[in-house]
Design a protein around this ligand. Structure first.
Ligand code: FES
Ligand SMILES: [Fe+2]
Length: 400
């Protein structure tokens, strides 16, 4: 490359679009074909509630213990069914003229204001969505083309299926596209700088910079920290570090030696369940936007749930693999401070950035390999999913 070439390059505005990842680029309102957590189980009662997911309006209602999800639009005149009520067991009646739908299959079973022999019955229906309850939340599957939902356990983080744990969490409605939220979650560069002022990190120094490699294992990609630098001299500018006298010093290690459990240095003790996972890196992400951060004593998850192109729901969950009396200590700790400092103020810094991110165009730098790897994973996983939906008999691509 000539000098002139390299100058032109460095002046180039960067990526003008996301055409490298066409499915990802098109998924502004979310990827259909996945399960999403939408609200706490305790919030879904016999009174219908309207939500929005992947751009779809959905009504949730609990009937005799089971949660049902239907398209939140009456086919008669388009009134939201979430304004209606359950007149008969197993049904939901529209608030306007009393069209009454079977909660299980969405069929119109009565039109109250046209009498018991109304000929419209059986001639209209609303779409229903598969529903599951896990982690104290209601999960809804958004189909691509009316396909059956795969078992939700195949999509949950593996360590949360069949292992006892306690959890605390927070669900917030936020502005900004879900992809910015997910990219922010897995973003290699920002935590060290943006979060240096957070109360959650008040007593713990963060590295100045890392050398990172992305590794895939199964359906997750991991950020493996190869080198970790706590301070750095910037030629002609000076030294920059996040170390302060009041912050715990990172454990003594050779300069550059990295920890891959938590991002504030190596730990003396690691929870046996977490240790047994043998995660290649402390931050990992999988479709359809699930972030997992492994710390020595707990795992933090973030689910970025697409509401529509400009809004997402942030679901932050902290899990401890505890049973019995120890769980009381967890709840005290979680409600006492973790919920406010970590899921509140710390995560609020992310919400702030996600709201103001505006890309593409963008000009990426070395740590952004985390972003391009995630987009690549999404593209590959979704391509395989589309093929499976179009041709359900074909063998599944294990690696996707
Ligand atoms: S609009 Fe729903 S019954 Fe008329
Ligand atoms: Fe962050």
């Amino acid at each position: 490359m000539t000098r002139a070439d390299s100058q032109t390059r460095s002046r180039a505005p960067g990526r003008q679009d996301w055409s490298t990842w066409p499915h990802y680029n098109a998924a502004a309102a979310g990827f259909r074909g996945y399960w999403y957590p939408v609200t706490w189980s305790s919030h879904v009662t016999g009174k219908p509630t309207g939500i929005r997911l992947c751009g779809d309006a959905i009504v949730l209602v609990r009937d005799r213990g089971t949660v049902h999800a239907l398209h939140d639009r009456c086919p008669h005149r388009g009134v939201p069914l979430s304004l209606g009520r359950r007149e008969f067991p197993g049904t939901l009646s529209c608030a306007y003229h009393g069209w009454t739908f079977d909660l299980a299959d969405g069929d119109l079973v009565a039109a109250i204001t046209d009498g018991p022999r109304s000929p419209i019955c059986g001639k209209a229906r609303v779409a229903t969505y598969p529903v599951a309850e896990r982690l104290g939340m209601v999960w809804v599957y958004v189909p691509i083309a009316g396909e059956d939902a795969p078992p939700i356990d195949e999509q949950l983080p593996e360590e949360l299926v069949g292992t006892p744990f306690v959890m605390g969490g927070r669900i917030d409605d936020r502005t900004g596209n879900w992809r910015f939220a997910c990219e922010n979650g897995y973003d290699e560069g920002h935590a060290k700088y943006l979060h240096r002022t957070s109360l959650w990190r008040l007593f713990k120094a963060m590295p100045t910079w890392n050398v990172t490699r992305i590794e895939q294992r199964g359906r997750w990609i991991y950020r493996r920290q190869l080198e970790q630098y706590w301070e750095a001299d910037f030629p002609g500018l000076g030294r920059w570090t996040n170390k302060r006298w009041w912050k715990l010093s990172p454990p003594a290690a050779k300069d550059g030696a990295a920890s891959n459990i938590g991002n504030t240095g190596a730990a003396k003790k690691v929870d046996p369940v977490i240790a047994a996972q043998d995660f290649p890196g402390f931050a990992s992400v999988s479709m359809p936007g699930v972030l997992r951060i492994a710390y020595p004593g707990f795992i933090h998850y973030e689910f970025y749930v697409p509401v529509d192109a400009d809004h997402h729901r942030y679901v932050g969950v902290m899990v401890n693999f505890l049973e019995g009396a120890a769980t009381a200590r967890f709840y005290l700790k979680y409600l006492g401070w973790i919920r406010w400092l970590f899921h509140g103020q710390f995560s609020g810094q992310d919400a702030w950035m996600v709201d103001v991110t505006d890309a593409p165009p963008e000009k990426l730098y070395r740590p952004d390999v985390s972003l391009t790897a995630w987009r690549g994973l999404a593209e590959k996983d979704y391509t395989a999913k589309l093929a499976a939906v179009e041709n359900p008999a074909a063998p599944k691509n294990k690696d996707a």
